[in-house]
Write a protein that binds this ligand. Structure first.
Ligand code: ADP
Ligand code: MG
Length: 650
């Protein structure tokens, strides 16, 4: 008889075996994986034969130029970009969780809309078939996972922490998780990139070691990558990180510098960009990137252009570069200023500035930041790697369940989340900037007698009316027992988990009917749109207040008309014919005014005031008539109940 190997559940049969968790920075331009070994976080060798560095270009080639007919990932894929751009997917991250109507930036790809929903992500049409952005990300993640598996002992990887920009919405986060799942990676947590950078610099612990420990500390994370600029304000208080505010520009980064440098080169060489083919421009832009990177370590670099019968060579100096990229650094700093102003934070209040992203290695960027903030930014860790290093530390804490240094990495909701209520109004359930994870419950009721179903429509945004907010999804709750309007008690719960993912459930309390459906978020919301929604909320506050009061008056009046209609059916005989006619006339006059309200909700304030006055006037006419009617009904029911009492008592 053989012996069974016995181990406690959840415990390894080999107690001394090491367990690892990966920290993955899934970047727009480059991706990488880090892990904590012997207490120290470091990037894993991704053994890229060509670049010999540990950063994996976030590029996948799906063409047929090679014979393998399988996707090629990384720097080898990048080499196809000039010759076969349509099949070389770069910056897939920008397409994650976006619908066709969200994709406003230019790109060389042919997109195919989803057949199931207009809100779903489109696919790239490639030589190897249609591939969704999620699949592209999955191919990148799979490559990183394979390399990590080769570098670490067999079966030792417990999962991964994957970083996402702080402004990523539900759809974008879900798409990222889907990609990880497709790549066979267990996601321990999605982590905001700026928070990861702060962890890498040990800012979660630094405060705990001194007397100032209990004080709040503020950090600004300046992340200038290849195609995007992100700025985040983090607050650290008693071991808890909170994202106070985020901002940025999804079309500003190192690529723009390359284009500016290209413009400078063409001007020097007396070339008109219009005379060049797209391929030639791509070629020069890539050359420009090389010159730019060389200037990070040198004061001057020899430059040359050799295309279209024209040969030109010259010198590009660090001083030229300051001039060339000045418009870009200026815009990043203006964004920083805006974010601080929104959050009510001044430069003097900032405890640290952290530089993240490949472009912050440039001395010109470092100097501009230092000058603006009047403070030397933290940059001693490699700005390319900090996000992955921080993610690896959090991943390690999560698998060790390290209680001694259990950083609660709090984030906040970027936009308010709420429900549609009668009249197209938004009832906010979780306000903007609420720390997550969070769960909130709110009770709603039915509007009509005998109503047995209800649509729960979840929206995101700062405006008071649904049409000005973004629809996240809707579901239905059925099986509410028929009751008088207002008696049902429907509890709707909004739950946002630590990854920033939202689920909404509804429950009717008197009957116990439940519908804990998870909402499928409609895909897409760019940071510009998010910014727009936010700004719209501030700019339209007064107008919103007016339309809200008008809509509230309208909903109330409609409820009155409905109640009167059902009363007329039941008790109409209590009124004379003229009384019925008068009542019906007053009701239809009010209904007419109400219809007008519905079609003019976007009118000018004066007109809204006028509409409201009109509704109130019609209500004033109706009131005495409906009061008389109500009194009759009362009389009758009192008589009936008296009659009832008498029969019973006799
Ligand atoms: P992302 O987060 O968008 O993936 P990265 O943080 O990897 O981007 O940054 C990529 C950008 O950094 C590219 O524009 C690249 O040219 C630039 N970059 C990388 N190294 C250097 C360097 N040594 N000097 C200047 N720019 C650099
Ligand atoms: Mg990045």
């Amino acid at each position: 008889m053989s012996l069974l190997q016995i181990a406690e559940p959840n415990q390894s049969a080999k107690p001394h075996e090491h367990k690892y968790a990966l920290g993955i920075d899934l970047g727009t331009t480059r991706s990488m994986v880090a892990v904590v070994r012997s207490g120290k976080a470091a990037l894993l060798e991704t053994a890229d034969a060509k670049t010999k560095d540990n950063l994996l270009p976030s590029v996948v080639y799906y063409g047929t130029a090679n014979d393998t007919n399988a996707p090629i990932v990384g720097s080898e894929a990048l080499s196809y970009f000039e010759t076969d751009p349509v099949n070389t997917i770069i910056s897939a991250k920008r397409f994650m969780g976006r619908s066709v109507k969200d994709i406003k930036f230019s790109h060389p790809y042919q997109l195919k809309s989803s057949e199931t929903s207009a809100d779903a992500m489109p696919s790239f049409v490639t030589g190897q078939g249609n591939v969704s952005p999620v699949e592209v990300s999955a191919d990148i993640l799979r490559t990183l996972k394979d390399r990590a598996q080769r570098a670490l002992p067999d079966d030792s990887i417990q999962g991964a922490v994957i970083t996402v920009p702080a402004y990523f919405d539900e759809a974008q986060r879900q798409a990222t998780k889907d990609a990880a799942q497709l790549a066979g990676l267990k996601v321990l947590r999605l982590l905001n990139e700026p928070t990861a950078a702060a962890v890498a610099y040990g800012l979660d612990r630094a405060a705990g070691s001194s007397d100032e420990a209990q004080q709040e500390r503020l950090f600004l994370i300046y992340d200038l990558g290849g195609g995007t600029f992100d700025v985040s304000l983090l607050k650290m208080n008693e071991g808890v990180f909170e994202v106070l505010a985020t901002g940025g520009n999804s079309a500003l980064g190192g690529d723009d510098m390359d284009r500016q440098i290209m413009g400078w080169l063409l001007k020097q060489a007396n070339l008109n960009p219009k005379d060049l083919t797209a391929q030639q421009r791509t070629h020069i832009a890539r050359q420009a990137e090389g010159f730019k990177q060389a200037l990070t370590h040198r004061d001057r670099v020899d430059v040359s252009i050799d295309i279209a019968d024209i040969e030109w060579s010259g010198t590009l100096t660090a001083v030229d570069l300051i001039q060339i990229v000045e418009p870009i650094t200026r815009r990043t700093l203006a964004t920083c200023e805006q974010v601080m102003r929104d959050a009510g934070v001044s430069i003097e209040q900032l405890d640290e500035i952290i530089l993240v992203g490949g472009s912050t290695r440039m001395p010109v960027v470092q100097q501009a930041v230092e000058q603006f903030f009047n403070k030397t930014p933290l940059s001693h860790l490699n700005p390319d790697e900090v996000v992955a290093l921080g993610a690896a530390q959090v991943a390690d804490q999560l698998i060790k369940k390290d209680k001694s240094n259990n950083v609660l990495l709090l984030d906040v909701t970027p936009l308010s989340l709420g429900l549609e209520t009668m009249g197209g109004l938004v009832e906010v359930v979780i306000p903007r900037n609420t720390p997550i994870p969070v769960a909130k419950k709110q009770t709603f009721t039915t509007y009509q007698d005998g109503q047995t179903g209800m649509v729960v429509h979840v929206v995101q945004g700062e405006r008071d009316t649904v049409e000005h907010c973004r629809s996240l999804g809707r579901f239905e709750l059925y099986g509410i027992p028929p009751m008088k309007a207002g008696l049902a008690r429907i509890e709707v719960t909004f739950d946002i988990d630590a990854n920033g993912q939202l689920s909404v459930s509804a429950f009717e309390a008197t009957s116990g009917v439940k519908s804990d459906i998870k909402i499928t978020p409609s895909y897409g919301l760019s940071d510009e749109q998010q910014e727009q929604l936010l700004r719209a909320g501030f700019e339209n506050a007064a107008q919103d207040k007016l339309s809200r009061s008008l809509i509230e008056a309208k909903v109330e009046a409609e409820r009155e008309v409905l109640a009167l209609q059902s009363a007329l059916q039941e008790f109409g005989a209590l009124l004379s014919d003229t009384e019925v006619t008068d009542l019906q006339q007053a009701m239809s006059a009010l209904s007419d005014s109400l219809n007008q309200v519905s079609s003019s909700l976007n009118a000018e304030p004066e007109q809204l005031q006028q509409l409201k006055a009109d509704v109130e006037a019609k209500q004033a006419v109706l009131k005495p008539l409906s009061d008389t009617f109500a009194a009759r009904i009362m009389d009758q029911s009192v008589k009936q109940s008296l009659a009832g009492t008498s029969t019973e008592s006799w």
